[in-house]
Design a protein around this ligand. Structure first.
Ligand SMILES: Cc1cn([C@H]2C[C@H](O)[C@@H](COP(=O)(O)O)O2)c(=O)[nH]c1=O
Ligand SMILES: [Mg+2]
Length: 215
């Protein structure tokens, strides 16, 4: 029996584990690239080293230094090519392809577009096509509210995800990023687990296997 037939057969037995995977700071190096482009575009403005990043919104941290820096950061983020040119995070592409090939597991890429969506939304699709192939475009969910998407796991760097659904169906895997690495475990979302890196395949495999057992 082929792998796809096996997957279909399982639908009648136990359902698949559904895993949502975020893009920025989980698959794509948003923070490193933003810092690099910021320094190129505004070499005479202050910058925040990755070690100094705190809190999800880089826009807020720059705005706290000086109000006008917030709109300058947004200008860099929303410029043509910013999202298309993001380098992948080490190990991410191979790990996601491997998770998606695991029996009884289905993966969707769940990502929030900028409000300044003109380049961002299209370039996120271009990025997925480039690194995963055209078939994966059917697995992209663009939403600014991830709480309303039904799944078992959400792998995401943001530690304060809220939205219309007060009790999301997924459990969060907090992916470590420069802005959350100092966040103590008591401030992480309830029942969440941490994943430090895609290179730690023992940990992500264990997380997936544990979640499958709970189905
Ligand atoms: C850090 C930061 C992010 N955003 C935007 C940029 C992206 O479009 C999304 C990232 O969302 P996700 O949770 O990784 O899916 O948010 C922003 O507007 N301002 C920021 O400071
Ligand atoms: Mg993210």
């Amino acid at each position: 029996m082929s792998r796809s037939n096996k997957k279909t057969k399982r639908l009648w037995e136990t359902r698949n584990l559904r895993v949502l995977v975020d893009m920025d700071c989980v698959l794509a190096d948003f923070e490193g690239s933003l810092l690099k482009k910021w320094k190129e575009r505004y070499p005479n403005e202050p910058h925040i080293a990755l070690e100094e990043r705190r809190g999800f919104y880089v826009t807020k941290q720059y705005g706290d230094i000086r109000e006008d820096l917030k709109s300058k950061i947004i200008e860099v983020l929303s410029s043509e090519g910013f999202f298309r040119e993001l380098p992948p995070i080490e190990g991410a592409i191979d790990a996601i392809k491997e998770i998606s090939s695991m029996e009884g597991v289905e993966v969707f890429i769940c990502t929030a577009p900028l409000k300044e969506y003109q380049h961002c939304a299209v370039e996120k699709y271009e990025w997925i096509e480039k690194y995963f192939g055209r078939d994966w475009l059917a697995r992209v969910i663009l939403t600014r509210d991830k709480t309303v998407i039904s799944a078992d796991l959400l792998i995401d760097d943001r530690t304060d995800i809220t939205g219309a659904e007060k009790n999301p169906s997924w459990r969060q895997v907090v992916f470590t990023a420069c802005h959350n690495k100092h966040t103590p475990s008591n401030l992480l979302p309830k029942h969440s687990v941490r994943l430090e890196s895609w290179l730690d395949s023992d940990t992500w495999k264990q997380i997936i296997e544990d979640a499958k057992k709970k189905l």
